[in-house]
Design a protein around this ligand. Structure first.
Ligand SMILES: [Zn+2]
Length: 53
């Protein structure tokens, strides 16, 4: 079993509101290194934001 340093417990994960779909999304392990830069809940929303203008 691999131990990964998790600063947050599972029930206390940070969340953000996606500016595209206005829905809250929760911290994911893949964002561990770039959570501060994450703005959208998904790749789809990120593309939608950048292509709709
Ligand atoms: Zn979204």
């Amino acid at each position: 079993m691999i131990k990964i340093a998790m600063p947050y417990s599972k029930s206390d994960l940070p969340t953000k509101i996606c500016p595209v779909c206005q829905r809250p999304f929760t911290w994911r392990k893949k964002w561990a290194d770039c959570w501060d830069d994450v703005k959208y809940c998904s790749e789809r929303c990120r593309r939608r934001k950048s292509t709709s203008q």
